[in-house]
Design a protein around this ligand. Structure first.
Ligand code: CA
Length: 229
């Protein structure tokens, strides 16, 4: 659930905003004083901050500036005076949006939602997703080099992992032992195609419920192996 901090000294307004946001599944924290608001904004993590301009102790200008020095969290500034809004824009304090009081609670909710989805898109685009190969009960995380069978992690040696991944990435394709050996082991490495058989056996012991009736890696007699789709 997304968390929102409201810094607002008029309690009736703060409560009204809170009610509407909670109806829209946001988790809301209220601070009525500027100094407290700044303290909470810096100490905790919020997905968005609704910041009133005129506040006791520390005003919204100062709070916005201080938060921006440390955090990227979206800030929605509100003020009763249109002139003040123009002034904040001019100062370039880094607020993301501005609302003039009085505003309707539904407008506030709409603005909050718009900012959050925009922010999440920006943050999300920086997170690189892991490269995953998933076939029925097998989930191979290529980035983390981890394998899960029906949700349970199993450990594989480097070659076992490479071999399993190679076959799973090319399902329904029959490979000869020679082709597999060439793909996974370089030609100078010690070993021969019998190594492939040994590795397939070890992989099956980890991924198959019954190794005599393999569900994943099939033996194609006289040819090689195929990963069943
Ligand atoms: Ca105020």
């Amino acid at each position: 659930m997304s968390r929102i901090l409201i810094v607002e000294d008029e309690e009736a307004i703060a409560e009204l905003e809170k009610d509407y946001l909670e109806l829209n599944d946001f988790n809301v924290v209220i601070e009525n004083r500027g100094d407290k608001g700044l303290e909470t904004a810096l100490a905790e993590n919020f997905d968005l901050i609704i910041l009133d301009l005129m506040l006791p102790e520390v005003d919204g200008f100062e709070i916005c500036k201080k938060i921006r020095e440390e955090k990227d969290v979206p800030i929605l500034m509100v003020s009763a005076k249109k002139d003040d809004i123009d002034k904040i824009r001019g100062l370039g304090l880094g607020a993301d949006d501005y609302l003039t009081k009085p505003f309707s609670p539904s407008e506030l909710v709409a603005r909050v939602k718009a900012h959050m989805s925009r922010y999440n898109r920006l943050v999300g685009s920086h997170i690189k997703e892991n490269d995953i190969v998933e076939i029925r009960g097998i989930r191979i995380d290529k980035t983390a080099r981890r394998v899960f069978i029906d949700g349970v992690e199993k450990t594989f040696t480097t070659k076992e992992f490479d071999l399993l991944t190679f076959l799973a990435e090319n399902p329904n394709h029959v490979f000869t032992k020679e082709e597999i050996f060439r793909e996974i082991w370089d030609m100078d490495s010690i070993g021969d195609i019998a190594t492939v058989t040994v590795h397939i056996k070890k992989i099956r012991e980890k991924i198959e419920t019954d190794t005599s009736k393999p569900q994943y890696i099939e033996t194609i007699w006289g040819v090689g192996y195929r990963f069943k789709l």
